[in-house]
Ligand binder design. Sequence first.
Ligand code: HEC
Length: 176
Amino acid sequence: MKTFPIAACAACAGVLIAGTAIVQVKAGPELVKFPAGYSSAVRYGVVSNPKNKLYRELYTTKAAVDAVKAGKPIPSGTWVVMKSFKSKLDASGAPLKGADGHFVKDELSAYAVMERRAGWGKEYPDNLRNGEWEYQAFTPARAVNSKANIKGCFECHKPKDADDYLFSLGMMRSHK
Ligand code: HEC
């Protein structure tokens, strides 16, 4: 397998194609791997989203929760994982709710991950850049979802700039 070392070197891709700005932007999400520390993550929130009928669990590192609670910036190296499940539906197609008021979760449908590291994000134009955050979408099997619209992640999270681009900063802050 002579080609193996090249194909296996996914981490080299950004270096090899760093020559052109356009490709560099596309290479952004490749920086985000499914977090190795996910199994020891803190679940800091749950969202039942009526727009897409998804039940979502939000996870991050203990260091990030501690920083936010202390009023400090979210540290470099932080990742946030949003685990989305379809919800069980009633006969009319509306999500069923459990005793906790949240949707009743059904099968796992996706993982969405955002990660920040010092120095990331420089190549994005100001009207798209989300600080140092990069985004990536993963399938339930934790493989990269190559069909995901990554630009859409930046566009929709951009207005949350005052909350460090997070919709759920308040949940992190109030996590017990
Ligand atoms: C149309 C708007 C929209 C788009 C597009 C979008 N998000 Fe979000 N994202 C949200 C909202 C709203 C939440 C809060 C959870 C909820 O209400 O369902 C959220 C939450 C998250 C969270 C949990 C942290 C937080 O901000 O609260 C992550 C991680 C995340 N999104 C990643 C992604 C990724 C990766 C993509 C692109 C593949 C993406 N998002 C695209 C609106 C969006």
